[in-house]
Design a protein around this ligand. Structure first.
Ligand code: PEP
Length: 252
């Protein structure tokens, strides 16, 4: 059975004092033993804080994006090795906000995924359809193209080292959640695509759901066969909500 992963995506929120307090509350509640894998993906300036407060706890940390380039004249970008300098374990790649607001296409997301893997990071590769794509019946086509672009660049051994996050764009930050059945259908389809590469590896790949996951819907979503945890935005900013989602990951 796959171990669940609950990962927070803090986006561009908080400040030094508030983020430190949030980490403190999480560590105080979770300590060294957790019912699932846990991570926080934070703005790059707070990676040092994570290293300071989360080392030797059950909570891993990571970035929200990385450059497709190794190093050089790329003002404002953060490289994979800068993330690993602060002992990041994960990095979110291809979040819909980066696709929509920063023009990231499938090819770039695939390059970033490879860059993360080569640096030893675990990429959390985000895929998801817009509302109009869903209404046009194109969901599987869209998320399939997004995932296949990444798979096309991976070495066989990489497959066991990625996390996939299905995040319907219309559910992110809107309070609208995919029903467990709707999400499960897409997750099963994504796992089939992964299985076409390597059936054994596909069975072990963690596929997260993201999009308004909250304490009151997390349990039923995570009870679905192919939903292996959550990528949590808004609810990761309040320790009580994030902790409740973590608690909801157990008993499945
Ligand atoms: C996200 O940004 O990845 C996300 C899932 O956000 P929210 O939980 O706020 O919908």
């Amino acid at each position: 059975m796959r171990r669940k992963l609950v990962a927070g995506n803090w986006k561009m929120n908080g400040n030094l004092a508030a983020n430190s307090a949030l980490l403190y509350e999480l560590v105080a509640a979770i300590g060294h033993a957790a019912p699932c894998d846990i991570a926080v993906c934070v703005p790059a300036p707070y990676l040092a804080l994570c290293q300071q407060q989360l080392t030797n706890t059950a909570i891993a940390w990571g970035g929200q994006d990385l450059s497709a380039h190794e190093a050089g004249a790329y003002t404002g970008e953060v490289s994979a090795t800068m993330l690993t300098d602060f002992r990041s374990h994960y990095v979110v790649v291809g979040h819909s906000e980066r696709r929509a607001m920063h023009g990231e296409n499938n090819a770039l997301v695939a390059q970033k995924t490879v860059r993360a893997l080569r640096a030893g990071l675990v990429p959390i590769v985000c895929v998801g359809e817009t509302l109009s794509e869903r209404e046009a019946g194109r969901t599987m086509q869209v998320v399939g193209d997004q995932l296949n672009a990444v798979l096309a660049l991976l070495e066989p051994a990489d497959l066991t080292r990625i996390v996939v996050a299905y995040e319907p764009v219309w559910a992110i930050g809107t309070g609208k959640t995919a029903t467990p059945d709707m999400a499960q259908e897409v997750h099963a389809g994504l796992r089939q695509l992964l299985a076409a590469q390597d059936a054994l590896a596909a069975a072990g790949i963690c596929i997260l759901y993201g999009g308004s996951m909250k304490p009151d819907n997390a349990r039923e979503l995570m009870a679905m066969a192919d939903i292996d945890g959550g990528l949590i935005g808004g609810a990761a900013l309040k320790s009580a909500d994030f902790l409740a989602i973590i608690a909801a990951s157990s008993n499945h």
